[in-house]
Design a protein around this ligand. Structure first.
Ligand SMILES: [Zn+2]
Ligand SMILES: [Zn+2]
Length: 273
């Protein structure tokens, strides 16, 4: 499977990257394509990387805006792209194939609130829309320990340490290769379990030692390296570094804890396992 970084900026879009978004694709004749998070600004570069009509599913690690808010833009694209009105949408506005969104409970309500300003007045609402994004999306809850088979990929979720309900995501392909995405998390046992033996551990490192002292929110480079070492991952890709942070400092922290290869995630970079 191939991992492509779409948006890698931490907490908000940076000058050179959208917020969190990653694409995982298999190389089968009929590929499985999963988007991990669709944060603020990410729909733009995502469209350069993939036909969004071809996605198998979107999986959201948690419901902070930098991880989910561009779902509202994708809803507009799905509902109002003229090609959908020319044969792919029924007379009542129902889209024939909806994109599945796997997310923590409450995602549908939260994203609907973000999208609809006045549900009764939207064009689709006039045709019987339920004002819940269900024209374009079908929502499925994730929980700690859940495993969903999406095409040829298995997606497991692990509850991690963040101020809101948040999950690390472990993706296993048909060959047994593993990519783990931390989402947002401080150091915790579940994150180590999620990353255990992964071929690629795509791990946030939003904080910097000695500067960012709050706990239960994010990893520093040091703590990301420590998790990678404890999980015995084959490679570490650091991401979600805010624009105010010097990436080399965070990478240096990680390198003192983790003895394997370390890279910094950048948009439009891909890795294959
Ligand atoms: Zn975040
Ligand atoms: Zn967050």
């Amino acid at each position: 499977m191939k991992l492509t970084a779409i948006g890698t900026a931490g907490s908000f879009p940076g000058p050179y990257s959208a917020a969190s978004c990653y694409l995982i694709e298999t190389d089968e004749a009929s590929p499985t394509r999963i988007v991990l998070d669709l944060g603020s600004g990410a729909l733009s570069p995502l469209q350069r990387a993939v036909d969004t009509d071809s996605l198998s599913a979107i999986v959201l690690s948690h419901l902070h805006p930098d991880h989910c808010m561009d779902v509202t833009g994708l809803y507009v694209k799905h509902c109002y792209d003229p090609k959908f009105f020319n044969g792919n949408v029924s007379d009542t506005g129902t889209i024939r194939t909806r994109t599945s969104i796997y997310a923590p409970p409450g995602a549908q309500e939260r994203l609907s609130r973000a999208y609809y300003t006045d549900p009764g007045k939207s064009p689709i609402a006039d045709e019987g829309d339920h004002a819940d994004l269900s024209h374009a999306f079908e929502f499925f809850d994730i929980d700690h320990g859940t495993s969903h088979q999406i095409g040829s990929l298995k997606v497991e979720s692990f509850l991690v340490d963040h101020p809101v309900e948040a999950y690390a995501l472990r993706i296993t392909d048909a060959n047994g290769s593993v990519i783990t995405y931390s989402g947002d998390s401080d150091e915790c046992d579940n994150l180590v379990e999620a990353a255990r033996g992964a071929d690629i551990f795509l791990c946030e490192a939003a904080f910097q030692e000695d500067r960012d002292t709050a706990r239960g929110i994010h990893l520093t480079g040091k703590r990301a390296g420590r998790v990678a070492q404890a999980a015995d991952v084959k490679s570490l890709v650091l991401t979600h570094i805010p624009s105010w942070t010097d990436c080399s400092i965070v990478r240096g922290e990680a390198a003192r804890e983790y003895r394997g290869p370390i890279e910094l995630a950048k948009p439009e970079t891909s890795w294959t396992v």
